[in-house]
Design a binder for this molecule. Structure first.
Ligand SMILES: *Cc1c(COP(=O)(O)O)cnc(C)c1O
Length: 338
C-alpha cells in the first residue's frame, strides 16, 4: 500500500555530511548518533548508509533501539542510557556496549563480569554521568573503551564550553580508557581541542546546522512529500481552515495536502510554511491531518500529484520557532520511509 505522504531521503547528502564532519573532526574518528530512529529518518537506513561510507561508531539511547539494529552487524553500537537491571539480559548478550552513567551502573557491570564498556562523565551539563572527581576510582576493574562527556552549550559561544573541555582534558590517561570523546555536531566546530579521539555528530548528519560554521557545508537530507487530495478555487473574501485565519484577497487556487501536525508538520507552520521552493505558501491553520497551500503559481498541479514541503532545517526552524531537532524527530509514523 502506498501512503499519501512519504519522506524522501537524499542518502548521498547524508554520506557527504558524514564525510564533511569527519574532515572537520581532524585526526579524531567520526561516529554517528542514530538514536530516536535515526532522528526520525529511519535508523536502519541511515546506519547502513553511514557504515558503507566508513562510520564505525554508532550511538543509540536504549537497548530496544540497539536490538533493532542487531541484524545489521554494525561494528560498534553504544547505548547512551546505560544499564538498568531490566537491561542486563540484552547487555550481557553483547547486543551493544553500555555507556555507564552512574556509580550503580558501573558496579553492576563490574559485578556481572561484563566486557568492554563506555563511561559517561558529567563535566557540567548535569544530565547523565559520573562526577569527574570520582570516575578514576570507580573505573578500577572495568574495561573502558570510550570515556565520554557531553557539551551543554556547544551551539553557542558560552564560557561553559571551555570549562567542560578543560575538565574533560584533565581526565586524560586517568581511567585506562582506550579513547576519549566529547563533541556532538556543534562541538566539532569548536576546534581541535574538542575533538579528542572520536566525535559523535547527530543533527548535522541529517541536515541540521547548529552553528554558522556549518552553513554551506551541510546539505539537506530530509524532504517531506505529501499528495494533493483536492484542488479548489477559493473565492475572494472566503477563508481557509480552522478559525478562518486566512482570507482570500482575490480568487485563489488552493491545494489540500495529506499532511498535518499529527505527522510532525507543526502547527507553527500555519500561514508561514511553504512548499515548492517558496512558490507555494501554506495558508491558514495546519490541521491534524491536512493543510492548504496556495497553488496560484502552479497551474499544472492536480489531485494526486506530490508536493515537496520546504524543510531546510535552519530556515524551517527560523520560520516556525521550532528547534531543528524537533523538526526532525517529530516526523511521524504515517510517513512512508525508504
Ligand atoms: C544526541 C547526542 C549526541 C549528538 O548530538 P547532536 O547535537 O545531535 O550532534 C552526541 N552525544 C550524546 C551523548 C548525545 O546524547
Amino acid at each position: 500500500m502506498t501512503a499519501p505522504l512519504r519522506l524522501r531521503l537524499d542518502l548521498a547528502a547524508l554520506a557527504d555530511n558524514w564525510r564533511s564532519l569527519a574532515r572537520m573532526s581532524g585526526r579524531a574518528s567520526c561516529g554517528a548518533a542514530i538514536k530516536a530512529n535515526g532522528y526520525g529518518l529511519g535508523a536502519e537506513t541511515v546506519a547502513r548508509r553511514l557504515a558503507d561510507v566508513g562510520c564505525r561508531d554508532f550511538f543509540v539511547a536504549t537497548w530496544a533501539e540497539a536490538e533493532r539494529l542487531a541484524p545489521l552487524g554494525l561494528p560498534n553500537v553504544s547505548v547512551l542510557h546505560g544499564i538498568r537491571d531490566e537491561d542486563m539480559t540484552l547487555a550481557r548478550a553483547g547486543v551493544a556496549r553500555p555507556v555507564l552513567n552512574t556509580p550503580a551502573q558501573m558496579a553492576r557491570w563490574r559485578e556481572c563480569g561484563g566486557g568492554a564498556c563506555d563511561v559517561m562523565v558529567d563535566t557540567g551539563i548535569n544530565r547523565l554521568g559520573i562526577a569527574p572527581d570520582s570516575v578514576v576510582g570507580l573505573a578500577d576493574g572495568l574495561r573502558i573503551e570510550t570515556l565520554m562527556s557531553h557539551l551543554a552549550c556547544a551551539d553557542e559561544d558560552h564560557p561553559l564550553n571551555a570549562e567542560q573541555c578543560a575538565a574533560f582534558t584533565a581526565l586524560r590517561g586517568g581511567t585506562g580508557a582506550v579513547r576519549m570523546s566529547l563533541a556532538n555536531s556543534a562541538g566539532i566546530a569548536l576546534g581541535s581541542a574538542y575533538h579528542f579521539d572520536l566525535t559523535r555528530p547527530g543533527l548535522a548528519l541529517y541536515g541540521g546546522e547548529p552553528r554558522h560554521e556549518f552553513a554551506g557545508v551541510i546539505r539537506q537530507v530530509v524532504f517531506p512529500e505529501a499528495q494533493i487530495l483536492q484542488r479548489r478555487t477559493v473565492r475572494a473574501g472566503d477563508t481557509v481552515g480552522y478559525n478562518a485565519t486566512w482570507s482570500a484577497r482575490r480568487d485563489t487556487e488552493v491545494a489540500i495536502l495529506n499532511l498535518g501536525y499529527a505527522d510532525g508538520y507543526r502547527r507553527a507552520f500555519s500561514n508561514c510554511g511553504s512548499a515548492g521552493s517558496g512558490k507555494l505558501p501554506v495558508i491558514g491553520r495546519v490541521s491534524m491531518d491536512l493543510l492548504a497551500i496556495d497553488v496560484s503559481m502552479a497551474s499544472d498541479l492536480v489531485e494526486g500529484d506530490w508536493v515537496t514541503m520546504d524543510y531546510a532545517l535552519p530556515a524551517a526552524a527560523e520560520a516556525s520557532g521550532v528547534s531543528q531537532y524537533e523538526l526532525l524527530t517529530g516526523l511521524g509514523r504515517r510517513f512512508q520511509r525508504p
